[in-house]
Design a protein around this ligand. Sequence first.
Ligand SMILES: [Zn+2]
Length: 240
Amino acid sequence: MMPLWKVTFVALGFWGIGHAAVRGQTECAGITWEELKGDIDPSRHPGFAPVPDHLTYKSEIYLRTEALEALDDMAAAARVDGIELQVVSAMRTWSHQRRIWNGKWSSTRFMGFTGAARASEILRYSSMPGSSRHHWGTDVDLNALENEHFESGAGAEVYAWLLDNAYDFGFVQVYGDMSNGRTGYQEEKWHWSYWPLAEGFLRCYLDLCPEAAFVGFEGAAYSDSLRIIDRYVQGIDGPQ
Ligand SMILES: [Zn+2]
């Protein structure tokens, strides 16, 4: 007869496998690749809500409702400490990201580079359409889009506050300073990800991502050789 510890071990083992399989099936149920690549209209999607005026000077920008509620709580706590948080970018659609990407591709700033080198240069701070975490509605850019802003004066106080407090509200700086060997985008002190949702979206993204994920914009042909999924989509820091 099998000893009791072994019976328990086997039973737990099966439970573990079964549980993981069920989670895999249900976690991404109802989420489509189109949604994960930003091919939706957030103003008509039931999972999104508009960012209210007290959190942004922009109009008609959207976040996933749960991420927005956490952000609102975080901004209120920051305000008590004399820190002002303003959303400068939230959910971005595939076509919005394509405008940004193609705009950079044909700008004089990147004319000195050709082919994969040009794509690589743009990728220092911008995503290929279909590969941005902003598509998910879980990530926000706060206050400014340059690291320098956060390195002195009021900007440095904001950044220090975020480092101390953001994770209490679920927010993580996913593009850190790369000293740990992280690949992909350069450091972005302004980009914060609502981890409780984004963690699952990343798993579903990797699960549902088709072979030809990146088409329909300038330089899309270089997505394979630049290893967009391995080096950029997965080139993130988690909670510290
Ligand atoms: Zn961002």
